[in-house]
Design a protein around this ligand. Structure first.
Ligand code: FMN
Length: 220
């Protein structure tokens, strides 16, 4: 049963671009057949707790004397880790908030980036190495090469660093830029470009869900 873990983090429950794109991804995944299951977690409406204890950044065997995290907090972390390990593919809605990611998504990352469990520390093992993750980014303005704000994107790079570099997952990023052009009159001249990019992002999530879903079925 190829399983998708679908995460959203936008605080916009009505007009969110990332929610629309991750929904399309999940619907395409489900459309591959009844064996393609989806686990959904809305990090905005049901936020994971902030990491309550630095000891939770370490596998239990790596904790030092006196590091005894609250069992309830450890149980919550184990649930989030179990969802991650069970997933063949992840799709994550990651809107840009203040040039970074929503704090709810950051809290989820802090919960699942655990040295000696998901990330190598005392061994070189990356148990999630090669696991596909599609990060769907939407941002109000433009940050591409040559734009005045090139280099201001601190939303996608940390997600890529943690999931891609540290956990070894196979990260693909789908981006929709200038989404505020549809809302802010002063950005109206960017609407055509924003719509073109949004259309391309929609095609990308359909293609990715179909391809990754088929590959996951073959691997199972
Ligand atoms: C709290 C908040 C902070 C934001 N900060 C930025 C920002 O720093 N840069 C930017 O380009 N857009 C920013 N935006 C606009 C969002 O990135 C944009 O509306 C995007 O489409 C949000 O994703 P969503 O449509 O899935 O909700 C912000 C929006 C909100 C609600």
């Amino acid at each position: 049963m190829p399983g998708l873990l679908h995460l959203d983090s936008s605080a916009d429950l009505t007009g969110s671009t990332t929610r629309a794109l991750t929904r399309t991804f999940a619907e395409t995944w489900r459309g591959l057949g009844p064996q393609h299951t989806v686990t959904y977690r809305d990090l905005h409406t049901d936020p994971p707790p902030h990491l309550s204890d630095a000891a939770l950044h370490w596998a239990p065997r790596l904790r030092v004397a006196g590091e005894t995290p609250d069992p309830a907090a450890a149980a919550t972390q184990e649930l989030l880790l179990a969802e991650l390990f069970a997933a063949d593919v992840l799709v994550i809605g990651a809107p840009m908030y203040n040039w970074s990611i929503p704090s709810t998504l950051k809290a989820w990352i802090d919960q699942v980036h655990v040295l000696g469990v998901t990330a190598p520390f005392d061994t070189r093992e990356q148990p999630l190495a090669g696991r596909p993750v599609v990060v769907v980014s939407a941002r109000g303005a433009q940050y591409g090469p040559g734009s005045p704000t090139a280099g201001w994107d601190h939303a996608v790079p940390p997600v890529e660093l943690v999931l891609g570099r540290s956990l070894g997952m196979a990260v693909t990023v789908v981006t929709a830029e200038a989404t505020l052009a549809f809302r802010v009159p002063a950005m109206a001249e960017l609407r055509d470009a924003a719509q073109t990019e949004l259309n391309a992002a929609q095609r990308s999530v359909v293609e990715l869900a179909a391809r990754l879903g088929h590959q996951a079925a073959v691997r199972r």
